[in-house]
Design a protein around this ligand. Structure first.
Ligand code: SPV
Ligand code: MG
Length: 439
């Protein structure tokens, strides 16, 4: 493969990996036989949008590749697409493993081929090094990648790197596994959930209890542990009202120790009722300064830098209006809240949009959590555009599981046998292979 005038030719290789294995080195060394290797390092935010957060950040990865003797230069690639760098650098060759011909990366490959054709560049693909798999290495590193410290920090890291965080309810190990693993390919992009919401409504409902702070923290922690044992994504806990300040400060430390990333507590007092009842239930707002003291006590008690205490504004739920919500938001931020959640059960989402517009005038950088259960016609992109940073699908796995289970139970009663539910159920074989045993 060695070329005459190899030193005059340039070779572009894009790299998103942070755990460098022999497969990457092989590709770089083969590239070096064709000419001077320029490595394009994908930025942290680009990597975060299509696979796990990089363990080593951009600067560290850049230094590693700069120190390789087969690499002449390292540049930044700040999109998944190679287009910008290829048009700028016009390398003679782009080198890649042949594993991108199918699957998610095939669109990127097609674009690379088009751009190379614009100026007469060439794509050189080498067989993927057999016996090494980044996915397998990631799997084996899970115990290290999933310590409480690393897990807790993931939410803040994601907030820095992603335009918004997509969160789904997880209420037990099995639904945690769904949130952890479900992926959908859309327009060449792999979409997945970023984090998990341990909802009070769903945790209580799965236990057959009402959502009135009856399921105590010990039980909630059991749920969290169950989920944590089988997943790696950051967890946001619905902390109801946070309880008494004297207890809250202990609970903050317990959650930090477990590796929970954030707790959201709501500014209500008395017997807590689910917010989606709105004013159909008695919703008593706490005194904002009393609630701010709770937030502040939690922040003082907190031991780690990463844990987040998020104050949930219930003014719109209780019918107290946007001015009240904005006023409270200011008080809670002054008390140290790391973010705010604004809740609403209005279907049109207008009050959320109005709140966000006015909130951003005085708090441009404080993350805002949205729970678009009622105003669910907005897309995530639209909510992000409006000013939302964390978007929580708070109850959808519970709400889809329950009718399915009920329908099955009713059909069996109706027909006096289970044959008629066969098409609604996964096979026993599928159940048995759903969760593979660890080797
Ligand atoms: C929950 O999921 O328990 C919540 C969100 O608190 S909501 O039910 O919309 O109030
Ligand atoms: Mg709740």
């Amino acid at each position: 493969m060695k070329q005459e005038n190899a030193e005059k030719k340039t070779v572009y290789i894009a790299v998103s990996a942070d755990i460098i294995h022999s497969g990457h080195i092989n590709i770089i060394e083969k590239g070096a036989e064709l000419g001077e290797v320029i490595v394009g390092i994908l930025t942290d935010d680009v990597i975060a949008t299509y696979k796990r957060l990089p363990i080593l950040d951009f600067e560290v990865r850049k230094r590693i590749f700069e120190s390789l003797k087969s690499v002449s230069r390292v540049v930044r690639q700040d999109t998944l697409s190679y287009a910008k760098n290829l048009r700028e650098l016009k390398p003679d060759y782009v080198v890649h493993g042949d594993d991108w011909k199918t699957g998610i990366q095939s669109n990127i490959r097609a674009e690379v081929l088009n751009i190379l054709a614009e100026y007469g560049g060439e794509l050189v693909e080498f067989p993927y090094t057999s016996g090494v798999s980044g996915t397998e290495i990631d799997y084996r590193l899970r115990p290290i990648l999933n310590t409480p410290d690393i897990r807790r920090a993931k939410l803040r890291r994601m907030l820095k790197l992603k335009p918004y965080i997509r969160v789904m309810e997880a209420s037990n190990g099995l639904s945690g596994l769904i949130v952890e693993n479900v992926k959908v390919e859309k327009e060449g992009e792999i979409k997945e959930f970023d984090a998990m919401w341990v909802s009070s409504l769903c945790d209580s409902s799965f236990k057959g209890k009402p959502d009135i702070e009856l399921v105590d923290l010990t039980s909630r922690i059991n749920t969290i542990n169950e989920i944590m044992e089988v997943t790696t994504k950051p967890i946001i806990l619905d902390g109801d009202t946070g309880g008494r300040t004297e207890h809250f400060i202990y609970n903050v430390r317990t959650l930090e120790r477990l590796g929970v990333s954030a707790i959201i507590i709501e500014d209500k007092t008395g017997l807590k009722q689910n917010s989606l009842f709105g004013t159909d239930a008695v919703q008593v707002l706490d005194d904002p300064y009393e609630f701010a003291k709770k937030i502040n006590a939690g922040k003082q008690a907190q031991l780690t830098r990463d844990f987040m205490i998020i104050s949930r504004l219930e003014s719109l739920i209780a019918g107290a209006g946007i001015d009240d919500a904005l006023n409270r938001a200011k008080i809670y931020i002054d008390a140290g809240a790391d973010a705010v959640m604004i809740h609403s059960k209005e279907k049109d989402g207008k009050e959320i949009a109005d709140f966000l517009k006015r909130f951003r005038e005085f708090a441009p950088h404080i993350p805002v959590v949205l729970v678009p259960t009622s105003y669910n016609h907005f897309t995530e992109e639209e909510l992000c555009e409006m000013g939302g940073n964390i978007i929580i699908y708070a109850n959808h796995l519970l709400r889809s599981a329950y009718p399915a289970m009920l329908r099955t139970a009713e059909k069996i009663l109706k027909y006096g046998r289970s044959k008629e539910v066969d098409q609604d159920c996964m096979s026993i074989k599928e159940v048995l292979s759903l969760i593979p045993e660890e080797k």
